[in-house]
Design a protein around this ligand. Structure first.
Ligand code: HEC
Ligand code: HEC
Length: 120
């Protein structure tokens, strides 16, 4: 019984996350391109959850994605700028072998909300 309600909560969250992008006009993009397609925005946001090991609600209030109420959203904006800069200046920062797809939040975060300090 308990499992069942947890499962339906989980499904509800997936449903809400999916409808967030459908045909919506994005109201408050300050760093990402304002012309980003729904599909690319969805891929980007899902990427954040995977690369940081968090849910949408780490940065957002469900269904109010344009709002800036969650401090982690501001952190994420700084970080998006960082990654866009690393991509734009790829040739300065990285060797020619490195593909764009490698330069993500995951490079540092590796599935954690806060990158773990490396103690040799
Ligand atoms: C690590 C933080 C983070 C996570 C996790 C995250 N987002 Fe976002 N999201 C952002 C930031 C930052 C922006 C604004 C980007 C900008 O200003 O260009 C944004 C913007 C959006 C927007 C556009 C809102 C608008 O109208 O301006 C939608 C929709 C959205 N996110 C949905 C989601 C969904 C659904 C998930 C989970 C699958 C998710 N986000 C996970 C940080 C996050
Ligand atoms: C070059 C390494 C690096 C990259 C790439 C990176 N981050 Fe971070 N991130 C950090 C460090 C270090 C911290 C902790 C210090 C701080 O908050 O500035 C951090 C902190 C954060 C926090 C605050 C976490 C907390 O618990 O307070 C968020 C949210 C975040 N990053 C999101 C992102 C997102 C989203 C991306 C990809 C767009 C990203 N980061 C890419 C290094 C990185």
């Amino acid at each position: 019984m308990r499992n069942k309600s947890i499962r339906s909560l989980f499904l509800a969250e997936i449903f809400l996350a999916t409808t967030a992008f459908a045909g919506s006009e994005h109201k408050n993009l300050q760093v990402l391109s304002k012309d980003i397609s729904d599909a690319d925005l969805k891929k980007t946001m899902e990427g954040f959850t995977e690369q940081l090991g968090v849910k949408c609600t780490f940065c957002h209030i469900l269904e109010q994605y344009e709002k800036d109420d969650r401090p982690h959203k501001a952190d994420a904006r700084r970080m998006i700028k960082l990654v866009l800069d690393m991509k734009a200046k790829k040739a300065d920062y990285f060797g020619p072998r490195v593909k764009d797809a490698v330069i993500t939040c995951g490079v540092c975060h590796r599935g954690k909300a806060e990158p773990e300090p490396f103690i040799p």
